[in-house]
Design a protein around this ligand. Structure first.
Ligand code: PRP
Length: 211
C-alpha cells in the first residue's frame, strides 16, 4: 500500500484537524511532540504521512501531488486558485471575508469612487471589485496587520478576514460589505482522487459522520 500524504496548514487549523482525525481513529503520536524539529510525521500502521506547511503553500503541494490531501482555509483556496478538488467543508475556522474601513468610506464604496484597497488577498479583492461589483479600484498587496492601512492613510478600505470583529472594533473600523463566508476545507489532488478513490472516499465518509 502506498502512503497517503496530508499537508496541513500550520497553526490553529492543523490542531483542529488532528483532533478531528483522532475522532475517526487516525492518530499521529510523533506530531504531538511540541519540541520536535521534524517536518514530516508517519503513521506506519495506517500508511499515512503528515506534514505542516504555510497555509498558502498547502494548495501548491496538493496540485503537484506532493500531498494527496490538504486542509486549509477557503480564503487560501480562493486566493491561490490551484487545480485540486475541494471535497469537504470541515465547519471549523469559520469566519468571513469582508470589505472593511472607517464609516467615512461607506459613501465612497456606494458611489463607485476610485479607491485604494489594501489586502493580503489581491485575487479575491480583484474578483470581488472587478467581476462582481464592476468597480475599478487600486489594489495594494500587504502581508499582515491589514487594519493599519486605512488608519495611516494607505487605503480607504481593506479586504480581510473577520472572525470575532474585535480587531476592527479596537481600531475604529467596521464591516462595510461581506464578500463570502470562510471555513477550513479539505482538498484533494486530482490524480489521487482517482488512484486512491477507495481510501479517500472512506476518509471523507468517516469525517462527515463526525461533523
Ligand atoms: C486575522 C485577520 C484580522 C483578524 C481578524 O489576522 O487578518 O486581522 O485576524 O480576527 P478578529 O475579527 O477575531 O479580530 P491574523 O491574526 O491572522 O494576522 P495578520 O494580521 O498578520 O494577518
Amino acid at each position: 500500500m502506498e502512503y497517503l500524504t496530508f499537508a496541513l496548514g500550520k497553526g490553529r487549523l492543523a490542531n483542529r484537524t488532528l483532533e478531528l482525525f483522532e475522532e475517526i481513529g487516525i492518530t499521529c503520536e510523533e506530531m504531538k511532540d511540541k519540541d520536535t524539529r521534524k517536518l514530516i510525521f508517519v503513521n506506519e500502521d495506517l500508511k499515512l504521512r503528515f506534514f505542516l506547511a504555510k497555509g498558502p503553500d498547502v494548495p501548491t503541494y496538493v496540485e503537484y501531488g506532493a500531498a494527496d490531501i490538504g486542509v486549509v482555509g477557503k480564503d487560501t483556496i480562493l486566493e491561490e486558485d490551484r487545480k485540486c478538488y475541494e471535497v469537504l467543508d470541515l465547519k471549523f475556522g469559520k469566519c468571513r471575508m469582508c470589505v472593511c474601513g472607517p464609516e467615512s468610506s461607506e459613501e465612497l464604496l456606494k458611489h463607485h469612487e476610485m479607491i485604494r484597497v489594501a489586502t493580503k488577498y489581491p485575487r479575491i479583492a480583484k474578483d470581488y471589485f472587478y467581476n462582481r461589483k464592476h468597480q475599478t479600484v487600486d489594489i495594494i498587496k500587504l502581508n499582515g496587520s491589514i487594519e493599519l492601512a486605512p488608519i495611516v492613510g494607505l487605503s480607504e478600505v481593506i479586504v480581510d478576514i473577520v472572525e470575532t470583529g474585535s480587531t476592527l472594533k479596537e481600531n475604529g473600523l467596521k464591516i462595510l460589505e461581506e464578500i463570502c463566508p470562510l471555513s477550513a476545507r479539505m482538498i484533494v489532488n486530482q490524480v489521487s482522487m482517482k488512484m486512491e478513490a477507495e481510501r479517500i472516499n472512506k476518509l471523507i465518509r468517516d469525517i462527515k459522520e463526525k461533523l
